[in-house]
Ligand binder design. Structure first.
Ligand code: 5GP
Ligand code: MN
Ligand code: MN
Length: 324
């Protein structure tokens, strides 16, 4: 771990041209880590460009990402980036997960892969991969600490805390280690307002999202033994509610008493079903996801099934039942 961190610091000191990206369907760990690392490199007077898909940015407006800080369009990015850039891929277990066009990935001088997925395919020239870390934000924190000699400005501290708070479910998940609490304590001491971050991410929801939740809750099903619970979101429901915001809905299934596995099925297109899996204590949901060409962490994983909604539900639930 320290060996890779040293190598990365050496590259950050020596090189000048970076492109930073997260995974498709970016979450708070992704957005926070990409933002913090981009701001760190810019602070070091490096040319650092970030890519985000605009659709995923909505609940993270409090990070004050301004348009000059990131690209949301591949054509503009390709036009403006100088060749020989080093690509830094964050929170992505494999190359297919990286939220960039293949051409942009292939044109990189080389890739630095920073991630915390156990099944990471080590696709980089440098691979800083540690599945004991709760969030990539925790790993970026270590790099920030070394490069800035301890002083973390708010513009970097807030996205780092956002990354950690998201991936630990506001310090409620199993991955909330003593290290996580130490990192957050340090960030709070630097002035980061974690109440505000928690409020923005977990304590604020749009009216439309609540309407959608109502529709989705009426689809709740429980297996005979009560250990697997699942819900689905159809295109029609999203249309009726006027939103496709499904963040956190899977927890409605996972949090039911005595349930081990909670699953949310989202009908992104007619035959493209996004599956979100969560577990409580023992079921390794990344094993279930990998049977459908997905992946993730033991307690949070996902996949996309190219079948109609009811077939996807039937097939995934059948596999999930074997894991409880
Ligand atoms: P979510 O259910 O929030 O979309 O995803 C939970 C976690 O599962 C993500 O943080 C990511 O690690 C993993 N994940 C979700 N979808 C996929 C997928 O299609 N492929 C892989 N490899 N991992 C996924
Ligand atoms: Mn993620
Ligand atoms: Mn993560």
């Amino acid at each position: 771990m320290q060996k890779e961190i040293n190598k990365i610091i050496e590259i950050f000191n020596k090189e000048d041209n970076f492109l930073i990206a997260g995974h498709v369907g970016a979450d708070g760990d992704c957005i926070g880590s990409v933002t913090a690392l981009t701001r760190l490199l810019r602070k070091k007077n490096k040319s650092a460009r970030a890519y985000f898909n605009r659709d995923t940015l909505a609940p993270f407006s409090f990070l004050d990402l301004n348009k000059e800080e990131y690209y949301d369009d591949f054509e503009r990015l390709k036009k403006e980036i100088e060749s020989d850039y080093i690509l830094i891929a964050l929170d992505s277990g494999n190359l297919e997960r990286v939220d960039l066009e293949k051409e942009i990935i292939d044109s990189a001088k080389y890739i630095i892969n920073i991630d915390h997925h156990q099944d990471n395919s080590r696709f980089g020239k440098i691979n800083l991969v540690d599945s004991d870390k709760a969030a990539v934000g925790e790993m970026i924190y270590a790099v920030v600490k070394e490069l800035l000699n301890g002083d973390i400005p708010l513009e970097i501290g807030t996205p780092l805390a956002t990354a950690i708070i998201t991936d630990t479910g506001a310090l409620r998940y199993e991955n909330t280690s003593a290290d996580v609490l130490r990192v957050l304590a340090d960030l709070v001491e630097s002035g980061v307002n974690i109440y505000k971050i928690n409020k923005e991410i977990f304590g604020t929801v749009s009216y439309k999202a609540i309407v959608l939740r109502g529709l989705v809750l009426s689809t709740l099903k429980l297996s005979e033994d009560g250990k697997v619970a699942w819900l689905y979101v159809s295109r029609d429901m999203m249309h009726e509610a006027g939103t496709d915001y499904t963040e956190g809905l899977v927890n409605q299934a996972r949090d039911i008493e005595d349930v081990e596995i909670g699953i949310l099925f989202t009908e992104e297109e007619k035959e493209k079903i996004k599956v979100s899996l969560r577990s409580n204590f023992y079921a390794k949901v990344n094993k279930i996801a990998s049977q459908f060409d997905g992946g993730g962490h033991p307690r949070a994983a996902g996949a996309t099934v190219e079948k109609d909604l009811q077939t996807a539900i039937k097939e995934v639930v059948e596999v999930a039942k074997k894991h409880v």
